[in-house]
Structure formats: structure tokens, C-alpha cells
Design a protein around this ligand. Sequence first.
Ligand SMILES: [Zn+2]
Length: 346
Amino acid sequence: MFGTASAGAAIAVKDWLKASGSKGTIRFYGCPAEEGGGAKVYMSREGVFSDVDIALHWHPSSQNAASAAAALANISAKFRFKGISAHAAGAPQMGRSALDGVEAMNVMVNMMREHIPQEARIHYVITDGGKAPNVVPDFAEVYYYARHNRRDVVRDIFSRIVKAGEGAALGTGTTMTYEVVNGVHELLPNLVLQKLVHSNLSAIGGITYTPEERAFAEKIALSLGQQELNEMVAMEVQPFKETARAYGSTDVGDVSFVVPTVGFGAATWVPGTPAHSWQAVASGGMSIGKKGMMVASKTLTATAIDLFSDISLIEKAKAEFEERRGSDFVYEPLVGNRAPALDYRK
Ligand SMILES: [Zn+2]
């Protein structure tokens, strides 16, 4: 839906440029691995957006909204512990458990939660904890995310997580190495652009359900434990807010620091649906999702046409961008010089 709505908008704008005789270039970027792979970070680092005046994006959502939502900067990494395997009953004294390293690290990081800014987020999963209880595991891996709305705070928290890993390795007689998997900037808002998108999204409006779609949506709402479906949320556009709390992260963050960037959400999911749930996938795969996708495509198109039609909007957006970014800003990707992974799950 991401790619299709954006490609549809790019084609519509191209046709409009031709028909209206207006001057300008519309460019469509295919950005893979939005969720975890962070392709836009590498694309930003390689300068593929550096000759762009304005970048537009959207994201599937449970509501239609173009508020200047924040997003958290994020560093994710895999910590790999190596120990010595041995028979867990016959010769435990010969072994050094890599899983002990992971567990000791997690205990320390969980204690650390009390002593970090409270808006921060840390989460982990143990991606490898050994294979059999009767074998001391010589390898274990834990996958961490650290987030905050300021990337300098994320860098600091991440360096403390690394220290916890080093301490855990020391104390358990194991060794630890880590690999940064992804790192994204927070979102830099642009109110000139957000207000423009909000006015277009409001003019286009939300979606209305057919009786069949309503029946489907009611089932989804029920599966989410809701008493009743709040259909109005899909039909309406949320009031504009100049700041909105959001705890997710996106690789659009990096784009927003190299070019004035604007985004919004369209109701491709049934109201109340959380992201990363099967319910989000289910409505994305049927006509509710397609209707939301069309709202997104039309909003992108209308906004691009407005920008091509009134160059002063671009100038104002650029002025706000420079002011918010600061004159001494230097773009430093949180992934450093890491090469993009062909398979980010590895
Ligand atoms: Zn996403």
C-alpha cells in the first residue's frame, strides 16, 4: 500500500505537470525495508535526496491525521555472546554459558531503566538462547532497541547498554561482540508543510464503509476487545495539532533532516487497530485498506500540485527547515558507515 499509493500519486502529478504545462520534476523513490532495515537511512547518507526540494510520504494508520507527529530516534543492535560448551550435568565446571552473558546483560539493562529519561524506550528479544538444556550454550544472542525523541539521548543510552553487555561478558567468563542493525533520526517537523497536507486531507476526507465493510470492521473491533466500532474515526480527519506524541520510529526521520519532509496517516486500518497487529494486516488486504490507500494517494497528489503551483510554499518550508535544523547542523547517520544488509534479519 505504501508504494502503490505513492506511485499512483507520482503518476498523477506527472500527468498534471504535462497537461498544465507547469515546470518541475516529480521523482518517485522506492524505499525497501521500512520496518527494521531502514533503507532511507542509507539513501540519505548516499545523498539521493540531496537535490530534492520537498519530500512527501504517508503511513497506513487507524485514523486520518496530518498533525506534526513526533517519532523517536532509535538504535537497534544484536549482542552476541560466546562461551564454552560442555555437558551441563557431567562437566558444568568446564563450561561458560553464553546465555548467562545475555541474562546478566538483561538484568543490568532492566535496572538501568530507572535511571534513564522516562520518555525513553528500551526493548529486547533473545534471538538465540541455546539449543538444549543439557548443553551449556556456547552462543547466545539478544536483540535490543533503544529509543528517545532526541538522538543524542539515544546515543548515550545505547553506549550504556553496550557497557552492560561488556560487564556481563566479564562476569560470566564469556566474550561479547555487537552489531548495530539500524539507527534512525527522530522526525524533524515542518509546520508549513503539515498544514498544507492537513488542508488537502481535510478536503479529500476519510472513508465510508459499505455494509459488508462495516460487518468486517465490527468483527475486527470485537477481536480487539472493543465494545463497539467507532466508524466516525475512519470517516473524519483528526483536528490539526502542532505537536503530537508518537512513540514509533521511522527511517523517514533521516530524510526529514536532509530535505523538508511531510507525512500523514490514512485510515487503512479499522479504528482502534494497533500497528504491527494481524488486524492491521487483515484490513490492509481488503477494500477498507484500498479505500484508505486512495485517500493517501489523492492527498499526496493534491499537495504536490499545490507545491508546484506556489513556489513561495517551498521557500517558506525551506526557511522553517533551516531554522529548526540549525545553522551548524551536520548529518551523521546513527548507523555510521555500516553497509546496508541484504537480509536485515541476519
Ligand atoms: Zn511502518
